[in-house]
Design a protein around this ligand. Structure first.
Ligand code: MF3
Ligand code: CO
Length: 258
């Protein structure tokens, strides 16, 4: 395994890509409403990405047929947008978006509620977000990767949630998926030692019920086996000699983070 260390120039480009992706999420998140199809979300998202001079990195990635992954309720990740799926009040919708800016990738996910959602759903979304921040307390030069995984898992599991194991976070840069893999569940081995200049996509996927997932017949959509709700929260981050830099937050998210 070799984990790339980005140069100062590359870091600038990763920052620029991340800023744009934060804006894409902000703009698209505001448009979600009851009655909208998941295909409309994809089309609007693709337009927003292109308006910033970026390419949607998921499109055609390993044959993925859309620009954005839209996963509703018990869908964990990689939901394929379709005109048949209309959002209704109470749904929770995970948007996973990747952009390429001047050859550099950025990847981030957010879960939104449509109209009024259950208390259970709102807590799942908030705790999934918080699990990311618990993890990145250990995203520091000199620490080994397992500390991040273990912190995410310990936090999520303290609520009885299931931490998805079949999908993981990843290094990111000139490719969407680089080394290392970044599990969100408890690790036995300590993994790679973090160094300044590494850029990582950390993405807890948390189920309200058990951790088990399965793939639907489209070979993409991942759903919870027990039908429970699932939430996803992801940012692309930069390891520095001090605190990690989160590259995919909007200004208002950056103010209220942690
Ligand atoms: N955030 C996801 C990942 O890191 C998105 C990939 S979706 C795909 O794997 F369509 F591009 F495969
Ligand atoms: Co990712």
């Amino acid at each position: 395994m070799s984990v790339s260390i980005k140069s100062a120039r590359e870091i600038e480009l990763m920052r620029a890509a991340g800023k744009i992706l934060a804006k894409v999420h902000e703009n698209l998140g505001k448009e979600l409403k009851e009655g909208m199809s998941t295909l409309e979300i994809d089309q609007l998202g693709e337009e927003i990405i292109q308006s910033y001079g970026c390419i949607p990195s998921f499109k055609n990635y390993n044959g993925y047929p859309a620009s954005i992954c839209v996963s509703v309720n018990d869908e964990v990740v990689h939901g394929i947008p379709t005109k048949k799926r209309l959002l209704v009040e109470g749904d929770i919708v995970s948007l996973d978006i990747g952009v390429i800016y001047k050859g550099y990738h950025s990847d981030a996910a957010r879960t939104h509620g449509i109209g009024e959602i259950s208390k259970e759903a709102a807590l799942l979304i908030e705790r999934t977000r918080q699990s990311f921040f618990e993890g990145i307390q250990y995203a520091k030069e000199g620490y080994h990767l397992h500390k991040i995984s273990n912190a995410i898992a310990a936090y999520a599991e303290s609520f009885g949630y299931g931490v998805v194991q079949d999908l993981v976070g990843h290094g990111i840069g000139t490719r969407l998926h680089e080394d290392p893999q970044i599990p969100n569940f408890t690790q036995k081995s300590r993994g790679v030692r973090l160094k300044a200049g590494m850029t990582l996509a950390i993405e807890p996927m948390i189920n309200a019920g058990r951790f088990d997932v399965e793939w639907q017949n489209d070979n993409w959509t991942v759903v919870t086996q027990d039908g429970s709700l699932s939430a996803h929260y992801e940012n692309t981050i930069l390891i520095t000699s001090g605190e990690p830099e989160i590259l995919t937050l909007t200004e208002s998210e950056a103010v209220s983070c942690g």
